[in-house]
Design a protein around this ligand. Structure first.
Ligand SMILES: [Ca+2]
Ligand SMILES: [Ca+2]
Ligand SMILES: [Ca+2]
Ligand SMILES: [Ca+2]
Length: 457
């Protein structure tokens, strides 16, 4: 039984191998075709894996860049030189903290600006991108200085500004080093060779280096109008602040008030689309600004375009302030001017309920009231405007510090006698900054939130 079984099996096998070709041509062709199909499948399969690995790597890189941006911002915020209890006094040499809450997010919905080009539908992935955060801070800062033998200087304090232009997050750093600016420093081309905080003096028509005391005064700060109260930095409109590339252009002059030509506002932008992809049906009317970097076309010849770039593909840079009276007295992070209301110094909340601090658009006496096109401004301010007045020869100057009850309300030098108070006469307990990016290849979103407390709770 055993043996025949073997024989039959082996016999049949031997017979086949001995008397017939191993495979017919058709069989070989079919087998080859099948093998090729299988290999194609395998290749496709590994190709997909490769793509996912590439996407995963791109996502990881995006996460890394976002994390280091957050770390840098956090470090900058921890080093802030000023106590955010406005107004501050210049003689104390504390520098400043200023937040400009651009109209996006409060007065204007980001969804009315951000559109998906293919469909024309609002893009809900885009958030508040028009806030500006600037302050003086301690750290170790290195920057260019043409008046130094090495061309480089260091300082442990700097004026730092964070803002978005186009889809790029910028961090301008200007070293506080007033001793390094000589009397003959020229405004034209200054920033191409110097990362030093300076102001243009309208009377002397020269550049002067800033100390922290100087920077308590708004007229000395980066990109502020030095000519008249309230020394506004909002003239750049939707562009926020000038970039290093623009400032290093041959046409740029330190102390320049507004960018000529006046930037045209964008009313529809596809943040996700490639920079070159600006064809109808969706219109992107931002003709004199590069969509990726936000650079004004008049200043594209700037020679320095990497030093202040922190992140690309940014679709939110949202600064919020902590208001203990918001959310019915529970307190939460809010946009400045969130209630879109006029300032009411007599606003009373029920006893035991914290007073809302940032609901309004700003005290009109500060000259910095938020509008549909100009943001709300939080500023640590300078008390010297109270004694100096709002302009030369101000008749009301000093009335809140003269020891008389000028408005005869029974209180000497009370808040109602103030001539030039800060836009928000409120302590700032802390801020929150949310940065959101997208990765164009994997089409992934990623977000990071930085929170900094300034005052003990
Ligand atoms: Ca905003
Ligand atoms: Ca905001
Ligand atoms: Ca008085
Ligand atoms: Ca009074």
């Amino acid at each position: 039984m055993f043996r025949p079984h073997i024989n039959v099996t082996s016999g049949a096998h031997l017979k086949t191998s001995r008397n017939a070709p191993a495979f017919t041509l058709v069989e070989v062709l079919v087998a080859t075709a099948l093998t090729l199909l299988l290999m194609a499948a395998v290749v496709t399969y590994f190709g997909d894996i490769g793509g996912s690995v590439g996407d995963a790597r791109a996502n990881l890189e995006m996460a890394d860049r976002l994390r280091s941006a957050a770390t840098m911002l956090s470090r900058d915020l921890q080093g802030i030189t000023v106590m955010p209890l406005p107004p501050r006094r210049p003689e104390q040499g504390e520098g400043y903290l200023e937040i400009i809450e651009g109209p996006l997010g409060t007065r204007v919905s980001p969804q009315t600006v951000a559109v998906i080009k293919d469909t024309g539908a609002p893009d809900t992935t885009v958030g508040d991108v028009d806030d500006v955060l600037m302050f003086t801070t301690r750290g170790r800062f290195v920057g260019r200085c043409q008046y130094s033998p090495t061309g480089v200087i260091e300082s442990d304090t700097a004026e730092v500004a964070w803002f978005v232009r186009g889809r790029t997050l910028y961090r301008r750093v200007l070293l506080v080093a007033p001793g390094m600016v000589p009397p003959n420093a020229q405004p034209a081309g200054f920033y191409a060779h110097n990362d030093i905080s300076v102001r243009f003096d309208p009377d002397l028509k020269v550049l002067l280096g800033n100390s922290l005391s100087d920077l308590t005064r708004r007229e000395c700060r980066f990109a502020h109008n030095p000519f008249q109260y309230p020394y506004d930095a909002r003239g750049w409109g939707q562009l926020g602040l000038p970039t290093l590339r623009e400032c290093s252009s041959s046409k740029w002059s330190a102390g320049q008030v507004t960018p000529p030509p006046e930037p045209v506002w964008a009313n529809q932008i596809d943040f996700w689309a490639a920079a070159a992809d600006v064809t109808p049906p969706c219109v992107h009317p931002w003709p004199n600004v590069d969509r990726e970097t936000g650079t004004m076309s008049a200043y594209m010849d700037g020679t320095r375009y990497t030093d202040d770039v922190i992140l690309t593909h940014v679709i939110a840079f949202d600064v919020k302030v902590f208001d203990p009276g918001a959310a019915n007295g529970v307190g939460e992070f809010v946009d400045l001017g969130y209630a879109n209301a006029q300032y009411n110094p007599k606003l009373m909340t029920p006893p035991g309920t914290p007073q809302p601090l940032f609901y309004h658009l700003g005290d009109p006496r500060s000259g910095l009231v938020g509008t549909a096109t100009r943001g709300c401004v939080y500023d640590t301010w300078s008390f010297h405007y109270e004694t100096a007045g709002r302009q030369p020869g101000d008749q009301l100057a000093g009335r809140a510090v003269n020891g008389f009850d000028d408005d005869r309300n029974g209180v000497v030098d009370d808040a109602e006698e103030l001539v030039a108070p800060p836009p928000y006469p409120a302590p700032l307990r802390g801020i929150q900054v949310r940065i959101r990016c997208f990765e164009p290849d994997s089409r992934q979103l990623r977000e990071v939130t930085v929170v900094q407390d300034f005052l003990p709770k």
